[in-house]
Design a protein around this ligand. Structure first.
Ligand SMILES: [Zn+2]
Length: 309
């Protein structure tokens, strides 16, 4: 299972610090040239459509324009790492009535048709290093099933499922499981995951990949992560709401690339440059925790294979 860190132009340059660091980036104009800043090529790249950004800002878009923006963004890394372009969905954000929600599901399918045609015209559909992903959009099990079948009819073989934020852990897991049984867990990416319980469940389901912006967001809110066991603390000097969690007044021992040089940097809340350093520290512990979870899966598989033989 791959963990993609969702990334934008103003975030820390994660892949310069960590060897295997898949990235998810949105095709919005301020990100267009951002990938040129990396010294090291990310291990893998997902370029999403930025649909959530457009929906939040209530901006109109054309599928063709976004597709071209995605290609422009991908250009410097073509054939250097595997790149997946995400089709332009119509997010359920701000859609309140069932009728509005179903319109969004249908619009997502209409867009998927146009997106598939654009991909075929650019001969990228079946290439290994450049592929496309259809976004499954739905608000209940029947609408999810409808969305999946329509995408499959159009020829999509890789899928992403979003719109999970704001739902309870149990509901998120139920929807992910439902989708994975229909498309195959090995073909499914889960957008915007934050919780360790969901990550553990996704590991058990053998989900292909997921993305999270949690290391960056936590750093912005003056939170520091530690692993073994995974813990989140709020920096004690911060004026952030005391209800946000357990507080810590000094850094703990840490082997991350930042703390190895000066561990007080991650506790510095005076300047944005320290927020970036704190993001790197947080990424180190978050990805270490995920790797542990993935490794546990490998171990248990090995044991069960031994028992079977
Ligand atoms: Zn550290």
């Amino acid at each position: 299972m791959d963990f993609y860190v969702s990334w934008s132009h103003s975030d820390a340059l994660y892949s310069d610090y960590f060897e295997s660091c898949p990235l998810l980036i949105s095709a919005i104009s301020r990100n267009t040239y951002a990938l040129k800043r990396f010294k090291k090529v990310p291990l893998k790249l997902i370029i999403d459509s930025g649909a959530v950004f457009y929906a939040k800002k209530n901006l109109k878009y054309k599928v063709k324009d976004i597709f071209e923006e995605q290609l422009k963004l991908a250009t410097p890394l073509l054939n250097k790492c595997p790149i997946t372009l995400v089709h332009v969905d119509e997010p359920l954000l701000n859609k309140k009535t069932v009728s509005e929600k179903f319109d969004a599901v249908q619009k997502t399918i209409v867009n998927a048709q146009e997106y598939m045609n654009l991909s075929k015209r650019n001969s990228i559909v079946q290439e290994n290093k450049l592929s496309i992903m259809g976004v499954i959009q739905g608000y209940d099990l029947p609408s999810l099933r409808f969305s999946i079948f329509e995408l499959q009819k159009l020829g999509y073989v890789k899928f992403g499922i979003g719109s999970l934020l704001g739902k309870s852990v149990d509901v998120q897991i139920e929807l992910i499981k439902f989708a994975s049984e229909l498309v195959g867990a090995e073909n499914l990416h889960v957008f915007g995951v934050t919780g360790i319980p969901q990550i553990k469940e996704m590991k058990n389901m053998k989900i292909a990949s997921f993305d999270s912006s949690r290391p960056t967001k936590a750093a912005i809110y003056h939170q520091v992560f530690y692993s073994d066991p995974f813990q989140t603390f709020v920096i004690d000097q911060s004026k952030i709401d005391k209800r946000q969690g357990q507080r810590l007044d000094a850094p703990l021992a840490c082997d991350c690339p930042i703390c190895k040089i000066n561990q007080n940097d991650i506790f510095n809340i005076s300047h944005r440059k320290y927020t970036l350093l704190r993001s790197i520290h947080n990424y180190y512990h978050f990805s270490k925790t995920i790797n542990r979870i993935i490794h546990e899966e490998v171990t248990s598989d090995v044991i069960s294979n031994v028992l079977r033989s």
